[in-house]
Ligand binder design. Structure first.
Ligand code: PLP
Length: 419
């Protein structure tokens, strides 16, 4: 049974810009969502409107009051989306910048000495921030190795490296290369067993569009999201910081409230576009629960998104209609296995008879956009231990359809020499 009935799928797709046609290239299937998801049409409209407003915040006029109201609403919506009744939400330059700022504040504010702990699964955004601030604060930066076979890292692996001396720790919630998620709550609990005061920062950038975020349950101190990966636009990052992280000394304009993380004039449009994203989740969730509670609807939407994406992933791996799936195609290898229950919207693969760059071009020529990941500073952490120079990342989202999977598999069958 499809999670989204066909009428609902049409409505979902109608909400997004460029859903089946690239404005530069023409018709295409978009399986490059991990590079940046499709943008909601409402976000594009809101962006244009806010970009045109000349007024600034904090003035005694209706335009200014309206901008302040949009920021307040954006913050309230972020809290609902993250399930974060405490702490502070804020907007920064990008997801990477938000991670750097959270890590920097934690590293400079934590008790001196000790170590900083991350894992080899992390994206260079958090790893680079940790390396830099471990260096500046004179602490070793220790990395827990991820498991190549499962494409993830778990609490048991982290426990082996845990000591009461861990001052700052980072966790990636979903790898953008393997597509496999991590149990943030379990790892945070494992960290706190030994080092209860550790500052724990989470990279939720790849996870956010695929499921459920529950900061009230995770027991962490910082969280970062890149809005263009959750149906909003480029140009800002969204962060959350716990009350104890917020209470540390941080860069701030003299005289501003101690809870403020923002620096300088805020872009009200970024808050307003995040509200559009949250509104979209609330709308979608309304098809799966009778509750009028916004958080309950977001949770229902996340569950439906997860269910639909699992179906797409299964169809990619095992076929649809008469088409063979990736797991049955000769020469295809799927990183972290064909049936990984923790997969979130990404299948990374290799084909023995074709180089990854060539396969991406072949798929492009067949109207399917994917992306080649190379053994470089972005993906080498996953590819090098597997002995791979590159892979093709096929990344999907809840607005993708089984018909699009079929188009992809038709091309893959041909590429593998089966067709
Ligand atoms: C897991 C993860 N973390 C961090 C980043 C960096 O995000 P941004 O470039 O939006 O700052 C990315 C981007 O691909 C990512 O997938």
């Amino acid at each position: 049974m499809p999670v989204f009935a066909s009428g609902l799928m049409d409505e979902i797709r109608a909400g997004f810009a460029h859903v089946d046609t690239c404005p530069f290239e023409g018709p295409r299937v978009f399986f490059e969502n991990a590079g940046g998801a499709l943008t909601l049409k409402s976000v594009a409209e809101t962006s244009a409107a806010y970009a045109s407003y000349p007024d600034n915040q904090g003035r005694d006029n209706p335009a200014s009051r309206s901008l302040m109201a949009a920021i307040a609403k954006g913050k309230a919506d972020m809290r609902t989306f993250f399930n974060a009744p405490s702490g502070q939400v804020f907007v920064g330059e990008s997801g990477t910048e938000v991670l750097f700022r959270l890590v920097r504040t934690a590293a400079l504010g934590a008790k001196s000495g000790g170590i900083m702990l991350g894992s080899t699964l992390e994206h260079p955004a958090s790893r680079s921030a940790m390396t830099r601030w471990a260096d500046v604060t004179g602490r070793p930066h220790v990395l827990v190795p991820h498991d190549d076979k499962t494409g993830t890292v778990d609490a048991a692996a982290c426990r082996k490296y845990m000591t009461p001396e861990v001052r700052v720790a980072t966790i990636i919630q979903t790898s953008p290369v393997t597509g496999i998620s991590v149990d943030v709550k379990a790892i945070a609990a494992a960290i706190r067993e030994k080092s209860p005061d550790c500052f724990i920062i989470v990279d939720g950038i790849q996870h956010a569009s695929h499921g459920h975020i529950d900061l009230a349950a995770y027991g962490v101190d910082g969280y970062a999201v890149s809005p263009y990966k959750v149906f909003s636009r480029h140009g800002y990052g969204v962060g959350w910081a716990s009350d104890r992280l917020t209470a540390l000394t941080k860069e701030t304009v003299i005289g501003s409230p101690p809870t403020t993380w923002e620096l300088g004039t805020r872009d009200a449009g970024s808050y307003a576009t995040f509200s559009d994203v949250v509104e979209y989740f609330v709308w979608l969730g309304g098809h799966f629960t009778k509750s009028s509670d916004r958080r309950a609807r977001i949770e229902a939407a996340a569950k439906a998104i997860h269910g639909h994406e699992q179906q797409l992933g299964h169809a990619m791996a095992h076929g649809t209609g008469n088409l063979r799936g990736l797991a049955e195609l000769p020469g295809v290898t799927i990183i972290a296995g064909a049936d990984n229950a923790k997969r979130e919207g990404v299948i990374s693969l290799t084909l023995d008879r074709m180089d990854s760059v060539e396969l991406v071009a072949f798929l492009n020529a067949h109207g399917v956009r994917t992306h080649a990941r190379m053994d470089d500073h972005y993906s080498g952490n996953v590819l090098a231990p597997l002995g791979l120079k590159s892979c093709v990342r096929v990344s999907f989202s809840h607005y993708n359809t089984e018909a699009e999977v079929a188009q992809f598999l038709t091309a893959m069958n041909e590429a593998s020499g089966r067709a």
